[in-house]
Design a binder for this molecule. Structure first.
Ligand SMILES: Cc1cc2nc3c(=O)[nH]c(=O)nc-3n(C[C@H](O)[C@H](O)[C@H](O)COP(=O)(O)O)c2cc1C
Length: 204
């Protein structure tokens, strides 16, 4: 590895986990714990933004809405932007709710990925401002894989999230991993899934 010192190879990566699930009994919670364990083993620096624990207020009201366009931000949103600005890697963990993400996470995206921070308008298009950052998405589902894929329900979710949101802001989605039929799988299958989580995080 010419030109890269051993120290640089060991450079601890900066990761932010954005976690959106209200229950500690959920599989998403187990996924978050698996990520944390793996990141610790790898010596990565990381922060967790646990949106329910933070009581994050997701609704973009008029005051924030005007600020969205004026680029004057409330303090809590500016703090979230600092986390995201600092991160090289983003791990998103959430369940599928109505073929989408929970409202609290959608609201986080509405309020935090602002014009001037995450993107800027260029003539009739937009330019991402978070280039170089990478996303790893873990999304659980209640329905079975064959039911969802046969109706393009997972591919449409990928288009919206990975392209419409992440790529729009310059963030490359490295993995969008769906864990299917989560309420119906046994413990053994859950362990297999959690090992997959650790392998993906190991690849960061
Ligand atoms: C409000 C709500 C909406 C849901 N909508 C969907 C859906 O559109 N598609 C689906 O596959 N599962 C849906 N589910 C089931 C959840 O996705 C499933 O229970 C969850 O992913 C399991 O993971 P968890 O243990 O981490 O919650 C929904 C559940 C809730 C509470």
């Amino acid at each position: 590895m010419e030109g890269i010192t051993l120290e640089e190879m060991r450079y601890p990566m900066k990761t932010v986990i954005i976690y959106a699930h209200p229950s500690e009994k959920s599989f998403c919670h187990a996924v978050k714990e698996a990520c944390v364990q793996q990141l610790r083993e790898m010596g990565h620096e990381f922060y967790i933004r646990d949106l329910y624990a933070m009581n994050f207020q997701p609704v973009l009201y008029e005051d924030n809405y005007s600020q969205f366009y004026q680029n004057k931000l409330p303090e809590d949103i500016a703090a979230e932007q600092e986390y995201l600005g600092w991160a090289e890697h983003l791990i998103l963990i959430y369940p599928t709710w109505w073929v989408s993400m929970p409202a609290i996470l959608k609201g986080y995206i509405d309020k935090v990925l602002t014009n001037g921070f995450a993107f800027r308008f260029v003539e009739d298009s937009a330019e991402g401002l978070l280039n170089g950052k990478k996303a790893y998405i873990f999304q659980t589902t209640g329905q079975a894989q064959k039911l969802l894929t046969s109706k393009q329900l997972t591919s449409s979710v990928e288009t919206i999230t990975d392209l419409g949101i992440m790529k729009y802001c310059g963030i490359e989605t490295m993995t969008h991993k769906f864990f299917y039929s989560v309420p119906y799988v046994d413990q053994e299958e859950r362990e297999v899934m959690l090992n997959e989580v650790k392998e993906i995080v190991q690849g960061i």
